[in-house]
Write a new protein. Sequence first.
Length: 222
Amino acid sequence: MQPRISWFLGIVIALLLFFIFFMPSVGNRVRGLLGPQATAPSDAEQLTVENEVLAAKLAELSVITDEMPTSAPDTVRAMVYSGYPLNFKNEMTVSAGAEDGVAIGNAVIFQGNLIGIVEKTSAQSSVVQTIFDPNFKLPVKIGTKGYAALLTGGSYPMVESIAKTAAVAQGDIVVSAAPGIPYGLAMGTLGNVALAADSLFDEAPLSLSYDMGMVQTVEIVK
């Protein structure tokens, strides 16, 4: 009985060797049946991966289109990295850096409003100090007459050092007036104007037209 089994196994082995060496296509199928399954992704798996990549790109483009449908030629558009779960408003990290021409001191705008200044840069990202940082200070002008004042940052940004003789009122536009960044960038409007604690100047909270927590893409002015 055993010689017959040995003879049969010998024939099977011989046939397998023949297929492997002289008929590779059949040999490959045989190896596939006998060995582990191939790890290369199927067409369906590859299509799923490509669809996920396209969906991510479409989501990014949708955000850009909704928040900033156009951009000026002298600006760099950047996405805002998530700070979840902390989401501090005093700074943000964005997806553009020195390789994109971004430099420390560049103005950062959202929907035409100045919301911060580039504080640090790396090759492909930057850290932005926003107007919600208590250390943020910027000379500004108020209204059509251009009354001088100082914007001080914080959880509730304030427009301070307004001369008591300045004819300003709630709703007046506040614009940037600091050297090194474009003049006249909108920052918000005056809230209720009141006498400051030192009784030397007037002050008012800065009223904003946007929610900082919802900012997902910005433009950096080079």
